[in-house]
Design a protein around this ligand. Structure first.
Ligand SMILES: Cc1cc2nc3c(=O)[nH]c(=O)nc-3n(C[C@H](O)[C@H](O)[C@H](O)COP(=O)(O)OP(=O)(O)OC[C@H]3O[C@@H](n4cnc5c(N)ncnc54)[C@H](O)[C@@H]3O)c2cc1C
Length: 433
């Protein structure tokens, strides 16, 4: 057994691990398991959705082969452990790209499907699952099911966003989109207050492909921030930037993220952003994945680890609920450098348990300071519940069962598709098995 942590590093519980390397062998490996297991990709989920404490993890990173790519249609077939980064490296020079990318490229195709991840362009391209044409799902009874939007659609809807609980995805076929190059036309606009943010978001959805805002989580209901929007820039003659990657070498023994470091950092970040406001051409990696340039940044939160709290609330309640949450956060003095505000468009996601719903989404990291952090979450939960919103399971490590059940009305329907030989920390916490 060995300790495995997820991205939030809240625990490193012992797990039995089995590496999957040969897609043809997966059915027999799963059928031979004597205890419930769980697929584990890059562990880029923050909490226990990708953990199975004291149980078994099937590590999928070894299922990393490309199967086929059609440069005319943009259809790509690959194994489920292939990283989104490697797909982008293959596709971009050929004029194609993944239509939806989360805030890090270091995730597997299986993990992106199982959490039905979203990017900064939901209003234009929906979620990752919207672009998957077919998957192969292996169950612990040894059976193999191919499914897609038009093939066993119920299995499909249960597995996209299905939190790994319907079996192990071994391969997927994905429809890429045309993209002429890695450059983006961007614009940064300082804003003050939620109404101004929502006005910018509404205006940007019509003509910009990506939009996202950074906010100063200590500025309370005034919520000063920087709104960033971007669209593909077309071919450029400028040279590609040389990637510079730094590494956080160790876990500092004390928590460096505190109100004394946070307040000046946020003020500086805002004022620097305001100075640089306006239009610029940026490389897509700098715009989309700035954190990928600092390896192991999750160690900065010290030995106790950290939570991410990501909520979505419907648009009509969006401004009031988000203001209420920011007020609570500012009063508590908790929060982090990474407060992100986005809107999701009016699209229905493909999965029964997909997180995305039309509305306003706020995500924030919180160092784990014990009871006072958990008490703040209870106050935030009450605001989310009252607004008819939900929390993102990919980021969760502690939400109450009642909030999960209220936020995900298709849970009963989903139950029929669960694989009884699969279990996770999150499923035992929120689904009783
Ligand atoms: C810096 C950072 C930024 C992020 N930004 C975003 C964002 O913008 N949008 C967003 O939606 N998410 C975001 N995330 C979350 C991340 O995209 C998801 O948690 C993603 O699912 C992680 O993929 P993974 O390969 O690491 O999977 P893991 O975290 O290892 O697993 C995630 C889930 O997928 C299941 N799974 C993994 N592989 C398979 C498989 N082959 N078959 C079946 N189930 C499988 C696991 O059981 C688990 O339930 C971010 C995470 C980080 C660290």
């Amino acid at each position: 057994m060995r300790g495995v942590a997820s991205w939030g590093r809240l625990s490193a519980d012992p797990h039995h691990t089995i590496g999957l390397h040969d897609a043809a062998q997966v059915a027999s490996v799963l059928a031979g398991a004597r205890v419930p297991g769980l697929a584990h990709g890059m562990g880029r989920s923050y909490g226990d959705v990708c953990l199975n404490p004291a149980g078994l993890l099937w590590l999928t990173a070894g299922l990393d082969r490309f199967i086929s790519f059609d440069g005319t249609t943009g259809r790509l077939a690959c194994e489920a452990g292939v990283l989104l980064r490697d797909i982008q490296r293959l596709a971009l020079p050929r004029g194609w790209a993944l239509p939806v990318m989360p805030g890090t490229q270091q995730v597997t195709v299986g993990g992106a499907i199982a959490n039905d991840v979203h990017g900064k362009n939901h209003h234009r391209y929906g979620t990752f699952g919207d672009h998957v044409l077919r998957i192969r799902l292996v169950r612990t009874d040894g059976s193999t099911l191919d499914c897609g939007p038009g093939l066993r659609p119920k299995w499909w809807a249960a597995t996209v966003g299905g939190l790994g609980l319907t079996g192990v995805i071994t391969e997927a076929e994905i429809q890429l989109r045309r993209l002429t190059g890695p450059w983006l036309d961007t614009e940064t606009i300082p804003f003050a207050g939620l109404q101004e943010f929502l006005g910018l978001a509404d205006e940007s959805e019509a003509s910009w492909e990506h939009s996202v805002a950074w906010i100063d989580c200590l500025s309370g209901t005034r919520a000063r921030g920087l709104f960033m929007r971007a669209s593909p820039a077309g071919p450029q003659t400028r040279p590609e930037p040389v990637p510079r990657v730094l590494r956080v070498p160790c876990v500092p023994p004390i928590l460096l993220v505190n109100r004394f470091s946070l307040r000046p950092f946020n003020a500086l970040y805002f004022h620097r952003g305001r100075m640089r406001a306006g239009r610029a051409v940026m490389h897509q990696e700098s715009f989309h994945y700035p954190l990928d340039a600092l390896l192991g940044w999750n160690r900065l939160y010290g030995p106790a680890g950290f939570f991410q709290y990501q909520s979505v609330v419907p648009r009509r309640a969006g401004a009031a609920a988000t203001e209420a949450m920011l007020g609570e956060i500012a009063r508590s003095g908790e929060g982090s450098f990474l407060a992100v505000l986005k809107t999701f468009g009016e699209r229905t996601p493909p999965g029964m348990l997909s997180f995305v719903q039309p509305g306003v989404t706020l995500s924030l990291d919180f160092p784990h300071r014990g009871a006072r952090t958990l008490a703040l979450f209870e106050r935030l939960d009450a605001i989310v519940a009252e607004a008819g919103g939900r929390l993102y399971a990919a980021k969760d490590a502690r939400m109450p069962r009642a909030l999960f059940e209220a936020g995900y009305p298709r849970l009963d329907e989903f139950a029929a598709f669960r694989d009884p030989g699969v279990s996770s920390g999150l499923s035992r916490r929120l689904l009783r098995s």
